[in-house]
Design a binder for this molecule. Sequence first.
Ligand code: DAH
Length: 336
Amino acid sequence: MKEELDSILKEAQEVKNNIKSLQDLENFRIKFLGKKGLLKNILDKIVNLPLEERKELGNYFNFVKEEVEKIYKELREKLEVGRFIKFDLHHPGRKISKGHLHIITQSINKIINIFSKIGFDVELGREIVTEYENFDSLNIPPNHPARDMWSTLWIKSQKEKLLLRTHTSAHQVEILKKKNPPLKVIIPGKVYRHEATDARHEMQFHQLEGLAVGEGCNIQELKGIFSIFFEEYFGKKLEVIFRSSYFPFTEPSVEVDIECVLCKGRGCEVCKNSGYLEVAGAGMIHTFVLKEAGIDTNKYYGYAFGLGVERIIMLKYNIPDIRLFHSSDLRFIKQF
Ligand code: DAH
């Protein structure tokens, strides 16, 4: 019987090279290791032998069986790897999802586009600015109570006091100095406030600053610019109203409201039943600011505005919570 076992092992080693497919392999398994296979056949004989012989042959049987199983395993691994790396050209491809610009970027691009059509150039500023740029140059000296309007994130710095800009107005004087009137500029950018977050407030959001200086600049023109802009942006004509307000860098100052885009002025939850929505701060540029930039205030007037970017996006798409913009929730992001 030992010879029989030897010849089984020998045969298994020989046929190894002829096995080319999983079907061949299955035949190999049935022949050598199957329930009615060669090895089982011998085992049936061994169990009937007297104890001593059974022990000895039993051990040898186990050795041969392990060897045959090893061959089987090796072959299976080889064939299966081969099968997986073969391409099936008929298999439908997996769809690769494409990324796209975030809704804030898309909207800023759209806003820039509208303003360029009405003659505004685009300028960009830095997110870290000096105390002078953010406050003093805008008629907000140290200890001025109006500084409380902007909860500031200060940066530890050695010489000049630095901060994360709390508004894009921080670039007004720098840009007015750089460009000669007549000028019309917008400055989109990210701004920072040290504030608790809720559905309408974030520590970080975007503003769009507008600046125009010329001999004939006046507040009616400013209102006209808003009417054109909102009509283009929301795709429908909306009433614009100016409410008297206060900013140290404009005189007079106004808060800009538009007719509620959701209820069309009838009153709803979003506009708190007032029929209007606040979307920007604006006014005629204060002579302090014009003088700071070296502009002749006997000759030139200017108007300025600061638009809340997330605010108008939320209104356009009916987004209930500003925190969704940075939530990394793909279900939200993919909608736009
Ligand atoms: N910078 C103001 C803010 O963040 C908004 C603003 C108001 C900007 C009036 C202006 C302006 O340019 O004229 O609250």
